[in-house]
Design a protein around this ligand. Sequence first.
Ligand code: PEP
Length: 240
Amino acid sequence: MNLFVANWKMHMTRAEARAFAVELSRIVPPGGGGREIVIAPPFTALDALGDAEGRWRIGAQNVAADAKGAFTGEVCAKMLAELGCRYVIVGHSERRRLFNEGGATLVRKLERCREENLIPIYCVGETESERDDGVGNQILTDQAATLAGDPPDAPLVVAYEPVWAIGTGRAASPGDAAAARTLLAKLLSARRDLRILYGGSVTAGNCREMLEAAGMDGFLVGGASLDPKGFAAIAGFGNM
Ligand code: PEP
């Protein structure tokens, strides 16, 4: 089933999140209408967003690398599971770049997710200079290698998010996204339950082509997910 994930980053108060949920529930039918929709708000809005009629699930944008303890400001996997989270974004480029999260930390975060039956949405993607230097595929290969110890039977979502496309208005071409998808599928061919998403300046205007031409299983959406109508349109509801 195609998967559409809203990554709100550090946007939306609880009141704004509730208003979004009311609006989205007018568009998406109970049960989700044959798509899987996930909203990943800031931690503070997680419990304001549950939908009793199964239109969407909630996910977290981050998780602590430790299971519990003296880690001021961190939120652990067990706490997220208790709130009803099903997914956790791991390895987003903003966390890799701004918070120096590399392979060793991400391996631990993946392990914490699995301990609580949380499904990681593991992000990979090359920077613009890496692409220009022709090492984009090597970067994806290295980042995918972080998943080596993750159990192959467990459900996994990988999001191909070229860093140069995030928040820039310059989405990858469907051809480039398809090539990345093919590489990731090959690298992760031992996985038994894998979905590959695209993320990076997805809008209601460019998403159909990406879904069809690039063969993606859905999207990880940042900026455009803050508008319920726009996000619903990306998920295939309402006017495109
Ligand atoms: C993201 O941050 O994961 C993202 C894809 O952002 P945007 O859609 O705004 O490019």
